[in-house]
Write a protein that binds this ligand. Structure first.
Ligand code: SF4
Ligand code: SF4
Ligand code: SF4
Length: 165
C-alpha cells in the first residue's frame, strides 16, 4: 500500500516536472520587434493610445493592428521613430486622443481623501502612495500627469496642477 502511494507520488512529481520543463521550453521567445517598438515609445503607461500600456500598443503595432499616430506623449518624434522602424510613412497625430502634458502633476486634497485606494489602483506608474482607509498622496516625481486617477475618485479630491507650482 505504502509502495503504491510512493510510486503514484513519484509519477505525479515527474509529470509536474515534465509539464514545467515543457512550458518553459515551448514558451515563445520574446519578440525582438516588439521590444524595439516599445523602446521607441515614451513608456509612461498613460493608456492614451487606447491600449492598457506601452507594451500592449507595441504588440498591436507589431501585429499591424493599429496605427503609428496614437501616442500623444510621444508626439511627432515618436511617430517619426515608429515610421522608420516599421518602414511606413509618418503621419499627423490622431486628433481625438487628447494631449499629454508632462508639465502637470496630480495633487490630492488630503483633507477630503477617504482612503478608498481607487486612484492608486489605476495609476500606471505607482505614483500614489497610501493604504486603504488612510489618506493618500501623490509622489510628484513619479507622476506623469496622465489624468487616469481623476475619474475613479468618488469625492473628486484629485486635481492636476502645473508641475512647478
Ligand atoms: S499613449 Fe504612448 S506613452 Fe501612453 S501608454 Fe500608449 S504608447 Fe505608452
Ligand atoms: S498620479 Fe494620477 S496623473 Fe499621476 S501618473 Fe498616476 S494616475 Fe497619472
Ligand atoms: S480615489 Fe480619491 S478618495 Fe480614494 S484614495 Fe484616491 S484620492 Fe483618496
Amino acid at each position: 500500500m505504502i509502495t503504491g502511494t510512493v510510486i503514484l507520488g513519484g509519477l505525479a512529481l515527474t509529470l509536474a516536472l515534465l509539464l514545467l520543463i515543457s512550458a518553459r521550453v515551448l514558451k515563445p521567445p520574446p519578440d525582438p520587434i516588439v521590444d524595439r517598438i516599445e523602446s521607441a515609445l515614451p513608456r509612461i503607461q498613460c493608456a492614451q493610445c487606447g491600449f492598457p500600456g506601452c507594451r500592449a500598443y507595441a504588440e498591436a503595432l507589431a501585429a499591424d493592428d493599429t496605427d503609428i499616430n496614437r501616442c500623444p506623449p510621444g508626439g511627432d518624434e515618436t511617430i517619426r521613430r515608429l515610421a522608420e522602424l516599421l518602414g511606413c510613412e509618418a503621419k499627423p497625430m490622431q486628433e481625438d486622443l487628447g494631449e499629454a502634458n508632462l508639465d502637470q502633476v496630480a495633487r490630492i486634497d488630503e483633507s477630503l481623501c477617504i482612503g478608498c485606494n481607487l486612484c492608486a489602483r489605476v495609476c500606471p506608474v505607482d505614483a500614489i502612495a497610501g493604504i486603504s482607509q488612510m489618506m493618500h498622496t501623490v509622489i510628484a516625481n513619479y507622476c506623469t500627469g496622465c489624468e487616469l486617477c481623476l475619474t475613479p475618485c468618488p469625492v473628486d479630491c484629485i486635481e492636476l496642477r502645473p508641475r512647478d507650482a
